[in-house]
Write a new protein. Structure first.
Length: 114
């Protein structure tokens, strides 16, 4: 069973940067996708960026050119570099592993002050 552990959230001012990390443990094999979603208060969870084991990353329009998703060589960790942060980026960010089912991390709070 896959488990995800996130780190790297925090409080930052508008225009600042943060880097989120997510490490997966368990049995990972074949083709799967890992990435980041976020949920702001009163809103639905939304895709931020995902990256498959084979193929290109996919980003939400709202974060393109500001956020970059990457992974380590083992493809068991993913990172989200967030630059030029805005107050509307404030949310709980969840790491996701998707193969036949979804596995979610516990979430990490990102707060951007204006």
């Amino acid at each position: 069973q896959v488990q995800l552990v996130e780190s790297g959230g925090g409080l930052v001012q508008t225009g600042g940067s943060l880097r989120l990390s997510c490490a997966a443990s368990g049995t990972l094999f074949g083709f799967y996708t890992m990435g980041w979603y976020r949920q702001a208060p009163g809103k639905q969870r939304e895709l931020v960026a995902v990256i498959p084991t084979a193929g290109s990353a996919n980003y939400a329009d709202s974060v393109k050119s500001r956020f970059t998703i990457s992974r380590d060589i083992t493809k068991t960790s993913v990172y989200l570099q967030m630059n030029s942060l805005k107050p509307e980026d404030t949310a709980v960010y969840y790491c996701n592993y998707r193969k036949s089912t979804d596995v979610w991390g516990q979430g990490t709070q990102v707060t951007v002050s204006s």
